[in-house]
Every structure is written in C-alpha cells, then in structure tokens.
Ligand binder design. Structure first.
Ligand SMILES: *Cc1c(COP(=O)(O)O)cnc(C)c1O
Length: 443
C-alpha cells in the first residue's frame, strides 16, 4: 500500500501490513459533542405523518442510532474495517510537488486521494458501513436513489460485497443519456430502475399523468423509500445526514496518522468541495476535533451555480427534495431549488449537512464559490502537473488550493495545505470535453 510521495527523487513509501493497521482507524470521529453550540435537533413538520417514525422504519437500526449518538468516538466493527482494507483503504496521502513548483509557492500541498477507491470516490466509505448494518438487521436487499450515478455505484458495490441485492432508482434523464454509470452499477449486480417507474405507487401515478416525465431526485427518493417499505428492505443515504459525515471521518483520521508517520507538521489549511458536505467534513472534522491549533483554517468550496453560501439561509428545511425526511436546521437554498444542469453533479444539492451548517454559521469554516470556467482551469492545471484528472466536484477544492498557494507565495508563508481529492474525473471526461469547447481554452 503506497501512502505518500515523500521526496522528488524517492518513489513512494511502501507501507507494509503493519502500517495499514496503524493508519486505518478503529473508531470513527463524531463532531457532535465538540460543536461550539448544541446541534438543533431534527423535527417533524406540522402535518400528520411523523417523518422521524419513517426514518426508524427505513434506516438500518445501527445507522439510526449513530445518527443521534453523542459519543465522540464510535467503534468501527471489524467486519467493516476488513472491508475498508478490501477496497484499498488507507487511501494514499500524496504531496503535490509538481503543482507547488508550477505555482512557485513556498506552501507544501498534500492531498488525500479518495479516487483510488473502486467506484472512484469517497462515497463507498459510508455505503459499506450502511450496507453492513442493513445485513445485520437481517434484510436481503437495500434501495437508494441516484442522479448521475456516483452514489448508486457505491451502493451497488457495497451491497454485493455483503451479499445483498441492491435496487437503485436512477433519474430517468440520466439513465437514458448517461448510460456509463448505469452499466457500472449493473456490472456490480444492482437492479437499476429508471425513475419514475411502474414499480411503485408514486411512480405509477406520475407516469399516468405524464408518461414522458424525465424524473427528478425527489421522485427517485420517494420511489426508493416506498420500495424499501413494501419489500422489507433498508434505504441507504448518500450524504447530508450526520451519520454519513461520521463514517467519512475515516479520511481525516487516516490523514492525521499519515502526517505523523512522515514527520510533517499538521496542516494550516484544510480544503474540500461541498455538495451535501460529507467528503469535506470527512477530512476536516478530525482536524477540528484535535483542538490543538486555533489558527488552522478550513475552507469549503462550492459551485457558484448552486450558491448555497452566498444566497442560502440558515433555517429548518427538508434534507430531501421529496420532503419525506424530518426537517433539519441547515444552510439551504430551499428544497425546491432547481439547480442548473452543471457538470459537477455531486454539488447540485440544495443544502448543507446540519453540523457543517452550524460551523459555517459560527465562522469556524470559511467558504468559496467558483464558476465552471474557474474549476475547469484548476482541473487542467492539476492534471497537467500531477497527472490525475480530478472529478469536476473535486476541482472546486483544487481551485481553492491554488488560490491559497498563490496567497502563500505573495505573503511568503510556508503554509502546509491539505485537500480532499474526493474522486477522479475519468468517468466525467465527456463533461470536461464540453466545458473545454464552451470556454475554448487553448494551452
Ligand atoms: C458526491 C460527490 C461529492 C459531493 O458530495 P459530498 O457529500 O459533499 O462529499 C464530491 N465529490 C465527489 C467526487 C462526489 O462523487
């Protein structure tokens, strides 16, 4: 297992099994007890049906317990820890030395590369945990929804690893126009259903009114939940819930160990992109939990096409566009916000995880919003210097890193920067193609 590019002339440090065990944590970190203010609890809207009861029915029991736990560390069961090893955890911590040289910066730039995981992003970290807990509840299937397909492919693989069947409701337009991820999910053994479908009551009602309905994430969520209830399956959630952020903390916990092992100072700046907030929190929260350096800065990078930071409001809102889940207090553009068809599919979400919203509201975490053209340039600089094509989502983090590294050059400061390269962009290369055409970037 390779962990870090150590020196320009030295290849990578080859990590023997002893180190895998040392780097891979035995506990997830839960930030809830360390928040500067108590987290406002989820609540039911003022109508008849209890959303909290619904959560109880559809989530695996242990996932529900972890969603509301206030313990600071939650033990990772051996069966999950072993599976993390199977998929290639710990993930590498790389130093982006060629990018540093290109930017002529005194900053030392590191990145945690989640793109090495089999489905190409961090999402598998929580899919594995949730699938395992579903199996423990004695069910033989799980359901979920997916837009572009990143979350769906993580669920498809996680379910197969534990011998579960998965049913993925995929927004029909993506199903028809982006078949790549659909094939990947099917390859892993998932049943992929274009949504709206005839398999659920809500799907049938929509199709009766409008047979050509293109589908939406809200409809797909409703179908996945209804199908889970009807068949005694469990429903898995891809982001936003605090339990998902808990599982993703493995990223930052590993990074802290890796910094220790290479004898590097802990970072001054921690950066990640945000959709619902899980990969950002996964890297940043364990550093926040250290409480050893009040000058450390945290930067969340979002898309200016989904301006949740500059235009969003901190209030109670539904975490899902269907309005089936309990209300949570978060920074939100409103659940009915219709995102433009931007290529960073994972950043289209209307809100931001409750704990992350609180930390942004308290000024602990800074934010940036970038245009598509800005992230395209950043992605290309990264690919040409470091070789990896970042996912368009992750390219938002790369842009923030470049800006901070240039600032370090101007202020002559030897900052240590770490960012989460949440995924690779090889499955998004056609999107980059149309972006290149649109902005006609010539090099
Ligand atoms: C889904 C996704 C995101 C956004 O989701 P978060 O919950 O905010 O992490 C970011 N990057 C990649 C590569 C993704 O697939």
């Amino acid at each position: 297992m390779f962990i870090v590019l150590r020196d320009k002339y030295e290849p990578m440090v080859n990590i023997c099994p002893k180190y895998i065990d040392e780097i891979l944590p035995s506990y997830w970190y839960n930030i809830i007890p360390d928040l500067p203010k108590p987290l406002p609890p989820p609540r039911d809207p003022e109508d008849t049906s209890s959303r909290i009861d619904l959560l109880r029915k559809i989530l695996p029991r242990e996932v529900l317990r972890q969603q509301f736990t206030v313990e600071r560390f939650v033990k990772i069961p051996d069966e999950i820890r072993d599976m993390y090893e199977v998929i290639g955890r710990p993930t590498p911590l790389f130093r982006a030395r060629r990018l540093e040289e290109f930017l002529d910066t005194p900053a030392r730039i590191y990145y945690k590369y989640e793109g090495v995981l089999p489905t190409g992003s961090h999402k598998i970290n929580t899919a594995i945990a949730q699938a395992y807990y579903a199996l423990n509840d004695g069910v033989n299937g799980v359901t979920t929804e997916t837009g572009a397909g990143q979350w769906g492919s993580a669920v498809a693989l996680a379910a197969s690893l534990y011998g579960l069947k998965s049913y993925v409701f995929m927004v029909r337009v993506s199903y028809e126009h982006k078949p790549g991820r659909k094939h990947l999910m099917e390859f892993y053994g998932a049943e992929v259903i274009p949504s709206p479908s005839k398999l659920t009551k809500i799907g049938r009602e929509i199709l009766e009114r409008d047979p050509e309905n293109p589908g939406s994430l809200g409809i797909a969520i409703s179908e996945a939940i209804e199908y889970a209830i009807d068949h005694g399956y469990k429903y898995l959630m891809g982001s936003v819930l605090d339990v998902v952020l808990l599982h993703q903390s493995i990223i930052g916990l590993e990074a802290i160990k890796q910094f220790e092992l290479i004898g590097e100072e802990l970072p001054d700046i921690v950066i990640g992109c945000v959709g619902g907030g899980s990969n950002f929190a996964g890297l940043a929260y364990p550093f926040i939990g250290l409480k050893n350096n009040s000058s450390r800065r945290y930067i969340a990078a979002a898309s200016s096409a989904v301006p949740k930071f500059s235009k969003g409001v901190y209030r109670y809102d539904f975490p899902d566009t269907a309005g089936l889940l309990p209300l949570v207090k978060m920074i939100t553009l409103g659940k009915d916000f219709i995102p433009p068809p931007i290529y960073s599919g994972g950043l289209r979400y209307h809100g931001l995880a409750p704990s992350l919203s609180l930390l942004v509201n308290e000024g602990v975490i800074e934010w940036r919003e970038y245009s598509e053209e800005e992230i395209l340039r950043a992605a290309q600089i990264f690919a040409k210097t470091q070789g990896i094509v970042p996912a368009p989502e992750s390219a938002h983090a790369v842009k923030a890193v470049i800006d901070e590294a240039i600032r370090a050059r101007e202020e002559r400061e030897k900052k240590v920067i770490i960012f989460n390269l949440s995924g690779h962009g090889l499955l998004d290369i056609e999107n980059y193609g149309s972006m290149m055409k649109r902005y006609s970037i010539k090099w």
